[in-house]
Every structure is written in C-alpha cells, then in structure tokens.
Design a protein. Structure first.
Length: 115
C-alpha cells in the first residue's frame, strides 16, 4: 500500500469530511456484521465475503466510490487480523473523541485535475 500526501485546498474540506464520515459509517456497519456472523458461526469473514454485503452501497446514496468501499473493507480485515480481535473499536465521526478522518482511496478511483 502506498500513501500519497497531497495538500488540499480549504474549499474541498467539507466534502472530504463528509466522505470520511461515510467511510466511518461503512466501517462500523462491516464491524457489526462481522461480529454477528462470528457469534453465529464462529468463523471470520474474508474481504471477499464482506464485499458481497457491501455490493451496491453506492447506489443507496453514498458519495464515496465503490472502490473506496472495497478499500475500507480490506483495511478492516487487515486490522482485524493484525490486532487478533473479533471486534474492532467503533469509529466515531463527530465530537471530541472522533476517529481520524481517513478515506481509503484506491488508485483506480482517484483522478487529478490541473496538476
């Protein structure tokens, strides 16, 4: 995974904050689904299994790209394996203890204009 740091103008801050909130919401939904599945069956979801549940999420009114949703589910599976936990911490979008505003863009979903 490569990290690209880009300076963003202030006029894009609101839309990026909204995307980060949607990514947190997707992560919380995936976390909840995986926990209930693990409690029922004792097995963990893979990234491909989770992708079946998030298929069509962008058609329901989300502004993030479908590849961003897939990137978020892959990041969830990676962190779950890394920390060896069945349930990760809830991602908070607002308030004093909010989670980091992180959007897992994939290379195919990012376009640059004017440099």
């Amino acid at each position: 995974m490569k990290t690209l740091r880009v300076q963003i103008k202030d006029k894009h801050a609101k839309s990026l904050d909204a995307m980060a909130c949607e990514c947190n919401m997707i992560g919380n939904d995936v976390n909840e689904r995986c926990v209930t599945h693990t409690q029922r069956t004792g097995l963990f979801f893979s990234a491909d299994d989770i992708a079946k549940y998030t298929l069509g999420a962008c058609k329901e009114g989300l502004t993030v790209h479908s590849q961003t949703v897939q990137g978020g589910t892959e990041a969830y599976v990676t962190r779950r394996k890394q920390f060896r936990k069945a349930k990760l911490r809830w991602r908070i979008s607002r308030g004093a203890r909010k989670s980091l505003g992180w959007i897992p863009f994939k290379a195919g979903a990012v376009t640059y204009r004017n440099g």
